[in-house]
Design a protein around this ligand. Structure first.
Ligand SMILES: [Zn+2]
Ligand SMILES: [Zn+2]
Length: 326
């Protein structure tokens, strides 16, 4: 049943089919999308369901690509058809038949998980389990969003919201675009403070005007207000990338505050980001290990999953949240 706290159950260890790995889960990240899945806000969830799509684990029963004992990561994108025009053109993130870990497939809030080995990835040697977990969604979707902004080094970038994904974007920018200044919009003083500690050029509340115009903005909030408020800060020809699987209905009225001349005229663009591709995973994991990008993480036991979800909802704890399982 959706909209209720998660229930801890004893289940048989699942049996892998051809092409699948049986994985002993070590860590699994907790993501805002899990809240939407658990609350039934997304329409295609398989229930009952094991949530969780930032899995780091060890292979118990291997396949053609991974032997038993290998350390692997399993992200949100769990299966694609491989045949449609999107799959054939490097846009498998848009495949109409795609299946998703912890949403339409069982995920990683469990001791064991199954995964299609074509959608499993080696975790770089030496990279800690705990910090690898948030890379697999918060980091990856941040990486894809940053790519979609099309910025060059030295362009100003805005971030609305400063949770697990946005704080990793800031770390990526510092590595990939060292001359770029980052401006953070958040309603909470704690997030503004966190952003400044990590090196943001400016942090303030969303209704404020940023001290400089921005070539791009990445929105990581579940609400409409921050999007409308941010658009006035975009430079001519600038792009706002929405990194959110779902927008809340209760502040939809904020859209009525949109002023065409101020917010959209002069070829300003709005673009959403959906899912990730396997190419994103490979490129990003390499970059995260080389840099190295290390997420700020708070750890919880599997039995504390409901607490982790609640603290994510209330935005009490900064950085990313991860369940320790193995
Ligand atoms: Zn496809
Ligand atoms: Zn996620």
């Amino acid at each position: 049943m959706t909209g209720r706290p998660l229930v801890l159950l004893d289940k048989a260890v699942p049996e892998p089919q051809a092409g699948e790995l049986l994985i002993k889960v070590l860590r699994c990240g907790v993501c805002r999308t899990d809240l939407h899945v658990i609350d039934g806000d997304l329409s295609e969830g398989k229930y009952p369901l094991v949530p969780g799509h930032e899995i780091v684990g060890r292979v118990v029963k291997g396949g053609a690509r991974f032997a038993a004992g290998a350390r692997v990561g399993v992200p949100w994108l769990g299966w694609t058809c491989g045949k449609c025009e999107y799959c054939a053109s490097g846009r498998e993130n848009l495949c109409g038949q795609a299946r998703f870990t912890g949403y339409t497939l069982d995920g990683g809030y469990a001791e064991y998980a199954l995964a299609d080995e074509r959608f499993c990835f080696p975790i770089p040697d030496g990279y800690p389990d705990l910090q690898a977990a948030p890379l697999l969604c918060a980091g990856l979707i941040g990486y894809r969003s940053l790519r979609l902004t099309n910025i060059s080094d030295g362009d100003n970038l805005g971030l609305t919201g400063f949770g697990a994904s946005a704080h990793l974007v800031l770390k990526m920018v510092q590595r990939q675009y060292p001359k770029t200044k980052v401006f953070v919009f958040s309603r909470t003083g704690a997030e503004q403070q966190f952003a400044k500690e990590l090196g943001a050029a400016w942090a303030g509340s969303p209704e404020k005007e940023s001290p400089e115009k921005l070539q791009a903005i990445i929105d990581t909030t579940p609400a409409w207000g921050p999007v409308v408020e941010a658009l006035k800060n975009l430079e001519r020809g600038g792009r706002l990338v929405m990194n959110a699987i779902r927008k809340e209905k209760n502040d939809k009225d904020a859209l009525l505050a949109l002023e065409y001349p101020r917010d959209l005229w002069m070829e300003k663009e709005i673009k959403s980001v959906a899912n990730i591709t396997r190419r994103d995973v490979e490129e990003f994991l390499r970059m995260a290990a080389d840099t190295p990008i290390r997420p700020e993480v708070r750890e919880y036991r599997l039995e504390e999953a409901n607490t982790a979800l609640l603290e994510l909802k209330e935005r009490k704890i900064r950085g990313a949240k991860v369940l320790r399982i193995g």
